[in-house]
Design a protein around this ligand. Structure first.
Ligand code: AMP
Length: 181
């Protein structure tokens, strides 16, 4: 049983399939007894994630900056809602509160969060598992580009390999659990 941080999209105009993926992720984490840590908003996939977790009886922790409380519709029904004074402190707190990180499809904010945990892991500032859910090859072009950068020695293969990528949510949770034990 762990606190698992999920990074995902806040967009309100996504296809239903992405909202369903987020809801299913929340539900599966809850069914396996994990707490879901999120950006503390109720919009887009972030909202579907926490609803999914709580409908399956799970516990959620939201971390949101004061400036986004209205914009991202702060998840006031969260079991714990932590309001920070900046975007930077939000990321730091999300990392501190979590035992592992799972990234679903998302936009710039999701990428920012993913790269924050990834770069800090490559610097050995934390040793927490990170898994990317590459549904239908969503992250394929990004991973291919980064692999090429590793080939050109802009990044170390060992650092690149700290982020594991799988194509299903149950596979991602299995991988996180295996790295936590
Ligand atoms: P997006 O993937 O762009 O929909 O954003 C997903 C989440 O990332 C949203 O809750 C954004 O507020 C959040 N986000 C965007 N930029 C940052 C940042 N620099 N630091 C922390 N969170 C961010």
């Amino acid at each position: 049983m762990a606190a698992i941080c999920v990074f995902c999209a806040s967009s309100r105009t996504l296809d239903q399939r992405w909202l369903d993926l987020a809801a299913e992720t929340g539900a599966q984490l809850a069914r396996r007894g994990h707490t879901v840590v999120s950006g503390g908003g109720r919009v887009g996939m972030m909202g579907a994630l926490v609803e999914g977790a709580r409908s399956a009886g799970g516990r959620t922790i939201g971390v949101i900056p004061q400036a986004l409380v209205d914009l991202e519709v702060a998840d006031l029904t969260s079991d714990e809602l932590l309001v920070t004074d900046s975007m930077a402190s939000r990321k730091i707190l999300m990392i501190e509160k979590s035992d592992a990180f799972l990234t679903l499809p998302g936009g710039l904010g999701t990428l920012d969060e993913l790269f924050e945990v990834w770069t800090t892991a490559t610097l050995a500032l934390h040793h927490k598992p990170m898994v990317l859910v590459d549904t239908d090859g969503f992250y394929g072009p990004l991973l291919a580009w980064l692999r090429d950068l590793a080939g050109q020695r802009f990044l170390k293969p060992a650092g690149f390999n700290l982020l594991r990528s799988v194509d299903t949510v149950p596979g991602a949770i299995d991988l996180i659990e295996s790295q936590l034990t």
